[in-house]
Design a protein around this ligand. Structure first.
Ligand SMILES: *[C@@H]1O[C@H](CO)[C@@H](O)[C@H](O)[C@H]1NC(C)=O
Ligand SMILES: *[C@@H]1O[C@H](CO)[C@@H](O)[C@H](O)[C@H]1NC(C)=O
Ligand SMILES: *[C@@H]1O[C@H](CO)[C@@H](O)[C@H](O)[C@H]1NC(C)=O
Ligand SMILES: *[C@@H]1O[C@H](CO)[C@@H](O)[C@H](O)[C@H]1NC(C)=O
Length: 553
């Protein structure tokens, strides 16, 4: 299954990369799905519980006609505000239900009983894994031909290749890269997501050795990294030295179309002159994947408030660790293709980044990396699982950091949480904060530790895997569903907080569970105890499972 499905996934993303090289109009130009009076009036009328619903609805006719009808209504409206019943009729007449443009799809190489199921000792976990494996078929989609023949009637961006959706409200593929969107809708065109395409290519190659495919597409991979260099670099001066690192940054204002009324209302709590900056920081938060978290709330008036968001003023550990790994892989890829000068270029970039990570983000006193706060010129010393990302990414030169990171986890009492690693220790009501726990963050910590030769690190990794499996299994046993996030405070429940209801599905949660069962299937149990005391994991052979399902934002 891996080879073919990964190739489809990569083709999809690479295709968008090529598209973005052409001379395109400015991102997000649609006057229906991206900005303008129609979007404003419909979203502020709040016909739907979730603003995303409206911007996912296809048009019934050409956009010009829809806009013309809207202008006529507006001209008749007494004070430039169309009365609610008329506006609702207008929407019914000119828009179709969401999801119309997609049809079900089963991956062609999907197998009924893949081998890894046999490795799972615990019978209950084995049955559960079989059910989760079935879900890939439920989450598979392909686009109807209308999206190709009439792209202007859809917010969905056409792709000839089928894909896996995360589930719930997220009915499109996620993660594109750089100057192409965070997800496959036009209203995402201004934002990236964490840059993981090069890592995906590496996994694809590990399973296929398809060097031709690499050769054909390596320049698109390079374009992504160029985008981060050109458009997302910050310089940090410390003790007379200057270091280049990257940050999340979206230089476009306006409310996010898919959360329009919330962004508009939040902006109304600030002076008018501060609103565009707030919207840009919200979009940068969405680009980070952590939308939203107190991790980004370093501004005034109050570090617990979303309006204090300053995403672009932080130099994030995880982003820089991902790029560090990408630079290493690019260097290896170019060597493999016999291009020594490019191989050297990326090796040098990686060496510079290693030095910058050590000088700016590493904290010897705490024995861990921290995000750097550019505004206050100091590290943000709060706990986040992302602080450990360099272990996962293999982005450090001193092997002693693993023991220090373990001690950091113990000192910050993170190992006392028995249902999963919390996203932060602050309870703000945001979804990327306490008490929520997210699958990709478990993966970062578990595999970061499991990779290490230290037996103690491997033992902790296995225990963390057991904790997470048990939470996911217990909730599944009660609700027959997998969730995008879990609340670890009450013995494990579906998560809450943030901008929308917790979503079922769910791509990355299923991916991480299946990866852990594949890796530790002979040790994990559906109860509270591990089956065997001695931990062991073929960490190097694992795929970056959280990429499998392409994260929503
Ligand atoms: C003007 O618009 C507002 C909504 O913005 C509405 O509440 C009010 O009733 C409208 N006034 C008239 C005279 O239609
Ligand atoms: C990246 O920055 C360049 C200017 O440095 C700009 O022309 C380009 O539009 C930016 N790309 C995106 C996607 O914002
Ligand atoms: C890919 O090639 C390498 C050596 O070139 C080999 O060790 C590895 O087993 C191959 N992998 C696959 C999946 O064929
Ligand atoms: C190496 O890659 C660069 C960038 O794609 C290209 O311009 C150059 O011609 C390549 N050199 C060789 C020897 O293939």
């Amino acid at each position: 299954m891996l080879g073919r499905t990964w190739k489809l996934c990569l083709l999809l993303l690479l295709g968008l990369g090529l598209r973005s090289q052409e001379a395109l109009p400015p991102p997000c130009e649609s006057q229906i799905y991206c900005h303008g009076e129609l979007l404003h009036q419909v979203q502020m009328a709040k016909f739907y519980e979730d603003d995303k619903q409206f911007v996912d609805m296809p048009l019934s006719t050409a956009p010009d006609q829809v806009l013309q009808s809207f202008r006529e209504l507006l001209a008749q409206a007494p004070n430039q505000s169309i009365p609610r019943p008329q506006l609702q009729l207008f929407v019914q007449e000119h828009f179709q239900a969401k999801g119309q443009e997609l049809q079900p799809w089963s991956p062609g190489d999907w197998k009924d009983s893949p081998q890894f199921l046999q490795k799972i000792s615990d019978a209950k976990l084995r049955t559960w894994a079989g059910q989760l494996h079935q879900l890939w078929k439920k989450l598979g989609r392909k686009m109807k031909p209308e999206v190709l023949s009439h792209p202007e009637r859809f917010s969905l961006i056409y792709s000839e290749h089928p894909f896996i959706v995360p589930g719930g409200r997220f009915l499109e593929f996620y993660y594109c890269y750089g100057h192409i969107p965070n997800g496959g809708r036009v209203y995402y065109l201004q934002r990236s997501q964490p840059p993981l395409l090069t890592l995906m290519m590496d996994r694809y190659l590990a399973y296929t050795n398809d060097t031709t495919f690499l050769q054909e597409n390596i320049e698109t991979l390079a374009l992504e990294l160029d985008f981060w260099t050109k458009n997302r670099t910050v310089s940090v001066s410390l003790e007379g030295n200057s270091y280049s690192l990257n940050h999340y940054y979206v230089p476009y204002g306006g409310p996010r179309p898919e959360s329009y009324s919330k962004d508009e209302e939040l902006a109304n709590t600030l002076p008018e002159g501060d609103r565009e900056a707030l919207w840009a920081e919200l979009k940068a938060g969405a680009e980070s994947g952590w939308d939203f978290s107190s991790r980004w709330f370093i501004g005034s008036p109050n570090p617990n408030l979303l309006s204090s968001i300053r995403t672009s003023k932080l130099v994030p550990v995880d982003l820089n660790a991902f790029l560090c790994q990408a630079e290493e892989l690019m260097s290896n890829f170019y060597s493999r293709l016999g291009n020594a000068s490019q191989a050297t270029k990326y090796r040098t970039l990686r060496a510079q980044r290693l030095a910058a990570l050590k000088a700016v983000l590493w904290d010897e006193e705490s024995g861990i990396w921290f995000d750097y706060d550019l505004e206050n010129k100091k590290k943000n010393r709060e706990f986040y699982p992302s602080n450990l990302t360099p272990l996962w990414a293999g982005c450090f030169s001193d092997p002693g950091v693993v023991d220090k990171a373990l001690k950091y986890l113990e000192d910050s009492q993170i190992l006392t949480y028995q249902h999963g690693i919390p996203t932060s220790l602050k309870k703000t009501g945001q979804q990327w904060d306490f008490p929520n726990a997210w699958a990709p963050l478990q993966d970062l910590v578990i595999r970061g530790l499991a990779k290490s030769p230290s037996p103690r690190a491997q033992e902790v990794a296995l225990q963390l895997a057991q904790n997470w499996i048990r939470t996911n299994f217990d909730v599944y046993s009660q609700k027959s569903a997998m969730y995008e996030k879990y609340d670890i405070s009450n013995g494990g429940q579906p998560g809450g907080g943030g901008e929308y209801e917790v979503q079922e599905g769910f791509g990355w949660t299923n991916g991480v569970v299946l990866m852990l069962l594949d890796c530790y299937g002979d040790r994990l149990t559906s109860g509270t105890q591990l089956a065997f005391p001695e931990p062991y994991c073929l960490a190097a052979a694992l795929l970056p499972s959280f990429l499998l399902s392409l994260l929503p934002r």
